[in-house]
Design a protein around this ligand. Structure first.
Ligand SMILES: [Zn+2]
Ligand SMILES: [Zn+2]
Length: 216
């Protein structure tokens, strides 16, 4: 395991900036890994699996420290909107869930009252606060299906409707047809045009006056 400062330098590079969320994510991962007895995430990378519960700053840092990545199927993203992560050692079955405490932010802000920049004060506090003040830790058991594990795809079928391939049992059976989730009614997009560059296909403005709304 690298030191906090080493991870901070790496995180600044890969995430693009350093922020309180990065510090929290780094510390969360170090705490989680140590709690399941993993001291060298690089050596243990083939047996580590991490679930993250939010798609914000802390997640990049968790991925950096654990080495778990979406493209390797060792990072699982669950859209729960919580700064929390579960660290699993596939070999021993040991797993812990680490969640950021809601009161950690207030505690952090009170720690360096002389600092003018509130975010900087929070960041510095996150570096030195006790794990118990930052996080709640739970020992957990995670049921993993073979089709969720890293490694070669367990299966591949072709959707009877769109013809696209579907890996690892993500297909749906509708009547006697095997469909992808989109064709089975779980489509998250709307097709506005189909074609390729050769057919002169150009992406048209779909006609929305406003883009997606930002919530600040
Ligand atoms: Zn950030
Ligand atoms: Zn389909």
């Amino acid at each position: 395991m690298k030191t906090l400062e080493e991870y901070i330098a790496l995180a600044a590079e890969s995430h693009g900036h350093i922020c309180p969320g990065q510090i929290l994510g780094i510390r969360m991962a170090i705490f989680g890994l140590r709690s399941i007895g993993v001291d060298d995430p690089v050596k243990a990378r083939k047996r580590l699996l991490t679930f993250v519960e939010i798609d914000r700053c802390a997640t990049d840092a968790v991925s950096l420290v654990t080495g778990c990545r979406l493209g390797k199927r060792s990072l699982k993203y669950l859209d729960y909107g919580k700064v929390a992560a579960t660290f699993v050692d596939l070999e021993t079955g040991r797993a812990v869930r680490v969640a950021a405490r809601d009161d950690a932010r207030a505690k952090a802000k009170a720690m360096f009252p002389a600092m003018a920049d509130a975010a900087q004060a929070q960041l510095e506090a996150y570096k030195v606060m006790e794990n118990d003040d930052l996080f709640n830790l739970q020992a957990v058991r995670v049921k993993l299906k073979p089709e969720d594990l890293p490694g070669r795809p367990r299966s591949r079928v072709t959707c009877a409707q769109c013809g696209e391939g579907v890996n690892d049992g993500r297909e749906r059976r509708v009547g006697d047809r095997v469909l992808c989730r989109s064709c089975a009614g779980e489509r998250y997009y709307e097709v506005v045009a189909t074609g390729g560059e050769d057919s002169g296909f150009r992406i048209q403005d779909p006609g929305h006056k406003e883009g997606p709304k930002r919530v600040s």
